[in-house]
Design a protein around this ligand. Sequence first.
Ligand SMILES: Cc1cc2nc3c(=O)[nH]c(=O)nc-3n(C[C@H](O)[C@H](O)[C@H](O)COP(=O)(O)OP(=O)(O)OC[C@H]3O[C@@H](n4cnc5c(N)ncnc54)[C@H](O)[C@@H]3O)c2cc1C
Length: 350
Amino acid sequence: MPGKPDVLIVGAGLAGLALAHDVQRRGQSVHVLDKSRGVSGRAATRRTPPPAAQCSEARLDHGARYFTARHPRAVALAEGGVRAGWNRVWTPGFATWDGGEVTPPPQDGHPRYAPPAGMNTLGRELARGLDVQTGLEVSSLERLPGGWRVHSRDGVAGEAARLALNLPAPQALALLESLLLDGADDLEEVKAAAEKMRRVDYAPCWAAGAVLETDIGADWPALSLKGHGVLDWIAREHTKRAEGHPPALMLQASAAWSRANLERRPEEVLPELLAAAADVLGEEIRSAHAFAQRWRYATPERRAPGPCFWDVGTGLGLCGDGFTPDDHGPRVEAALLSGWALAARMGGND
Ligand SMILES: Cc1cc2nc3c(=O)[nH]c(=O)nc-3n(C[C@H](O)[C@H](O)[C@H](O)COP(=O)(O)OP(=O)(O)OC[C@H]3O[C@@H](n4cnc5c(N)ncnc54)[C@H](O)[C@@H]3O)c2cc1C
């Protein structure tokens, strides 16, 4: 455990990293903890070995597929990334499938950004210069006089005067409820935070990736499906990548199908998703490597009002895509805006 930072953040998703970046820029010390092996949370990329000697490894975005930017600060991040070379505009729109009819992508839509090395580039870029510890799952919180202590199963994982949670709402709620059971002194504030998190519901998502022996016979970057019984998304992932990347598909099941099949095993779900894609595409999918990934909390269907939660008395904050920082839907940009909003509130700027 490092020395005591000013702010401790649990969760190195995009909201937590956006928050950490601004806190550090203000001159305060910050330490970020995450249970995963890397940063970036649901803006995730999986690397698979090259399918053939002449190919590079494959990178598949099995969480967020791309991102958009409307707020000037998000636009500056996205366009700054394009200039720096880590980001690029993937496409202005997607082909659509509706009852078997395919409509080609529009050429004049707003930019959909997708970093060529994968969506987790966003998290890696935000984490530059930050003190982030991965592979550490926080299991409980403890209120100290004037501060916070967080625990993992192995013992004390960190202490700070201020604590921010950047977790999908049910996971944040579980930590807050453990504190309520312990009878924390500032129960009213903690209850208010828990109440915010209780209002948030997520849709699950089964996703499947396949590195192909040969590309499919389509010319769109991705197909957005309406009213299909299984799938709502098929992307040709290699259209995001540099030349030499093997052909690869990412599939996403609809929320309804994902919910109905939530407790099944990946090896059961994978052939069904690949078969559904083959049926839509009207051709066999010959994969060199394939996987399925379940997201229990993929995207919020109901969010807490406001951009974030902050209680100055206890020094407790919450941020993430479970909040509503603008009038648009839950997405990468909303997570960033929530993290930046919490930093502003912590700094007393808002
Ligand atoms: C399948 C899928 C497709 C999507 N498609 C898009 C899209 O195309 N465009 C778009 O804009 N958005 C998309 N999204 C949504 C987008 O990914 C999220 O809105 C955004 O990444 C949320 O960021 P966050 O920081 O709020 O949370 P998260 O990314 O969930 O970050 C939370 C972090 O907390 C960590 N954590 C959890 N519990 C603990 C614990 N106990 N201790 C320590 N660490 C913990 C997790 O490992 C994670 O890194 C998609 C999401 C999914 C799952």
